[in-house]
Design a protein around this ligand. Sequence first.
Ligand code: NAD
Ligand code: ZN
Length: 357
Amino acid sequence: MFRNFKSVEKTAYGRGSFDKLSDILQPIRSEKQSYILFCLDEYFADNDSFKSRIPIQENDFLEIIEVKEEPTTELIDRLRDKYLEKGLPAGIVGIGGGSVMDVAKALSLMFTNEGSSTQYQGLNLIKKPGIWACGVPTISGTGAEVSMTAVLTGPVKKLGLKCDWTVLNQIVLDPDLIATVPDNQWFYTGMDCYIHCVESMTGDFKNSFSEAYGFKALEMCREVFLELDRTDPRSDELLMVASYMGGLSLTYSEVGVCHALSYGMSKILHTHHGIANCIAFYHLEDVYGDYVQEFKSMISKHNIDIPQGMSESWDEATIDAMTEVAYNLPHMWRHAFGENWESVLDRDRIKAWYRRM
Ligand code: NAD
Ligand code: ZN
């Protein structure tokens, strides 16, 4: 297997590093002589003390991003058109979770690539590098801060703009920023990291490189979700670094069964990525064995709600549609079940998993 991926260029880490954003942006402002576009998760929209820490200067813009729905191609195209009218920004900063960081990553590319973002959903379809982009996670687990994809839901598919230029130029990892995430959401997004590690390390594409990151991130997840209380200051630090390492583990390997099923759910039912993963993983003991038991211990320790009995309200057409989305992710099945995956995986097996949920 040959993989040759670009990494994030600069990583600021540590409590309080968010307050260094002004210094970080200075060279970008000097070089490009234009404005900075800040995209902020709606959770912070009315939080004036937080907003006062964002180094917004006179010509800059702040766009509040709604995250009830995962980012769409329509949103990206609309924001790109809105801001291009004001000129090309010097840079873009996404402050929020996977949703807002994906918005920043996608917008960065769409400022320089003509047409609709729907044209570029897929691998290496982007034609030109985007503008300078920075991600500041305020919730941890997706690994979006290090990944080479910006996941968008379009009219036809939920698929990333995936290429080297999607990788952020700068990330600012400040563990103080994730302290306010509500427990259920903290768990769902945190489990995205745990599941990335499990899937990355249990499939065919695993290798020493992906395992090095995956093992360490898994160990950190265990400490966060099985040993520490959330109030322990180390908890947020570990989770933030685990998310980063889980993302890197994935980059050099692949996700598996849980993500394939979860993509089907998100595309058809608009279920958010983290919770969709948890709903699916809960029922995958036949594939992921002891890891599912461990996941259930984490749920009990933190008293987390994982929706059950959902399939009772799904008709055949819904299950068929989700199955079609999941089945059409052959790279995930190839990773999970090997070269002859088609001999162990058919649509009926996928439907049976959905019916358990
Ligand atoms: P999210 O960004 O959707 O946010 C989840 C919720 O947490 C939102 O309600 C948000 O307002 C809230 N929130 C964020 N920070 C908070 C804080 N500090 N305090 C309180 N509330 C806060 O969640 P996510 O799980 O990080 O991201 C999911 C998205 O990421 C999906 O769109 C998924 O497709 C995408 N994703 C991308 C990648 C990638 O590699 N690009 C990988 C996995 C998932
Ligand atoms: Zn994921």
